[in-house]
Design a protein around this ligand. Structure first.
Ligand code: MN
Length: 227
């Protein structure tokens, strides 16, 4: 049998300091995982069950450029630590969850906030606000064998050198092992899955020409130009 047209190449992420690549399977994103961000979006920061949405694997973009997308006038930045899985399964216990993590990276969950807001109001899915082309700029993956499993560390996002978002990984409402365990109760996780772990407070708009700088202590710095 032959393909009727060539299949898409898999999306891959570079592994920091090596020529190896991490092939991406799925992208899960957690919502409202820092209390201060939940409050700024008008929600109760209590520990309700987590919720997730997905981006498309090929929304991940390592080019260092973010093209301002169509059909919006309010694109927001959300800095997030990315968790890259080397294995998976179902019903993963919390205490075994980190065994499935290959490494970590710095990413942005770029959001067409106006379209997301309309979708929320109408009770519709969020894809139109979240899962558009190149909506998830991301840097290289740092293997856990080198950087460990960071559960604390400064998270900071700057636009043109000015700090807009600040927080600490230890402020996550749902910690990385809990996220993996919870997701695996509802989805079969597998090698190549990437989880964006939520954003601290301070989200806001970006404009064409902006220089974005996202840093997660111990996991690196991601620089992106809005074009
Ligand atoms: Mn987000």
């Amino acid at each position: 049998m032959t393909y009727i047209f060539p299949p898409q190449e898999p999306t891959t992420l570079p592994i920091n300091g090596s020529g190896e690549l991490f092939p991406v399977r799925r992208v899960y994103c957690i919502g409202r995982n820092y209390a201060a961000h939940a409050v700024e979006m008008g929600h109760d920061p209590d520990r309700e069950p987590p919720f997730f949405f997905q981006k498309n694997p090929n929304n991940l973009d390592t080019s260092g450029e973010f093209p301002y997308p169509a059909n919006t006038s309010d694109v927001h930045h959300e800095i997030e630590m990315a968790v890259a899985l080397k294995s998976g399964g179902i019903n993963i216990p919390i205490e075994e969850a980190l065994d499935h993590v290959y490494g970590y990276g710095v990413s942005l969950d770029m959001t067409r906030r106006d379209l997301q807001g309309q979708a929320k109001k109408m009770g519709r899915p969020w894809e139109i606000g979240k899962a558009f082309e190149r909506s998830a700029p991301i840097g290289p993956i740092f293997p856990a064998s080198e950087v460990g499993h960071p559960d604390q560390g400064h998270v900071e996002f700057k636009v043109n050198g000015e700090t807009r978002q600040e927080g600490d990984l230890n402020q996550m409402i749902w910690k990385v092992p809990e996220m993996i365990s919870y997701l695996s109760d509802y989805f079969e996780l597998a090698s190549g899955d990437v989880i964006l772990s939520g954003t601290p407070a301070g989200v806001g708009p970006v404009n064409k020409g902006d220089d974005l700088e996202a840093s997660v202590e111990g996991v690196g710095v991601l620089k992106v130009k809005v074009v």
